[in-house]
Design a protein around this ligand. Structure first.
Ligand SMILES: C[S@@+](CC[C@H](N)C(=O)[O-])C[C@H]1O[C@@H](n2cnc3c(N)ncnc32)[C@H](O)[C@@H]1O
Length: 251
């Protein structure tokens, strides 16, 4: 059993602020099964990978679920375009499957660890809270990613995606989150190698803010492995997989 003291969770009663740029949260030693190599593209079901990780062992996780909700529910009429066929061919996750992923991430995160949960405006405005219902996770912040160009067609005028920042209990910033100047609207243009690439620089900043050098960051549905790339740039260890081996991996 890892104690709060070992995890560096004792509250600092000498100072009153809720924020400091010194990270005191420690991670337990990294011990992984040999079937899970670090810093590589693993082809595996994400729930299987999560099932192999210990409780309270990971400081930060990214999760970018593959959903069709916006197409199925909004019925814009552009579902049959060739561009959308590529997206639709990706293995889709049901709402129940997404909730299983978040619940497993809640289990493996260390206390006060972070989940960066990507979603579009449809899920942000409707029912994404069901994905974390009944877990030990709660929303603490959000960054809007401005891609700098419009996608998904004129009907949605889709130029942004949202990274909802979620924390495992106990919620706290001091000693955990170390970078104060990440704006909550982030403009980053990216080269598209996968239908859903996410911005490497933003993810790198979030990793730097919530982990220490050498710490483990996971992504159980990694797509182009943009999070692996961000970890490499920040000197963190990456563990992640995708159920498909995508050609268009971020390099
Ligand atoms: C939205 S994309 C992730 C994109 C990624 N964030 C990036 O920056 O490239 C979701 C990915 O989940 C994968 N996927 C779907 N079901 C999965 C499962 N059960 N386990 C692991 N990956 C899965 C899909 O193949 C797809 O590549």
């Amino acid at each position: 059993m890892v104690t709060q003291a070992q995890l560096g969770l004792e509250l600092d009663h000498k100072t009153n602020g809720v924020f400091s740029n010194v990270r005191t949260l420690q991670c337990p030693p990294l011990i992984l099964p040999s079937a899970l190599p670090l810093n590589q593209r693993i082809k595996m079901d994400g729930l299987e990978l999560l099932g192999m990780l210990d409780d309270n062992s990971v400081p930060a996780a990214f999760f970018d679920p593959q959903f069709r909700g916006v197409y199925d529910k909004m019925k814009y009429g552009n579902e049959d375009t060739s561009r959308n066929h590529v997206r639709v061919k990706l293995p889709q996750m049901s709402e129940e499957q997404i909730a299983k992923f978040t619940s497993e991430i809640g289990r493996v995160l260390i206390p006060s660890g972070h989940l960066f949960l990507w979603m579009d405006k449809f899920h942000l405005c409707t029912d994404f809270r069901n994905w974390i219902k009944g877990t030990n996770l709660s929303v603490v912040d959000m960054v809007t990613w401005d891609k700098g160009r419009m996608g998904l067609g004129y009907r949605t005028r889709h130029q942004t995606e949202f990274c909802v920042i979620i924390q495992k209990e106990p919620r706290r910033a001091k000693g955990v989150w170390t970078i104060r100047n990440i704006p909550d609207v982030w403009r980053e243009k990216i080269k598209k190698t996968h239908p859903h690439n996410k911005p490497v620089r933003l993810q790198g900043e979030l990793i730097a803010a919530t982990t220490s050098p050498g710490d483990l960051v996971i992504d159980p549905a990694a797509g182009s492995f943009s999070v692996m790339h961000a970890c490499r740039e920040q000197g963190r260890n990456f563990l992640g997989c995708d159920v498909e081996a995508h050609d268009g991996a971020t390099e």
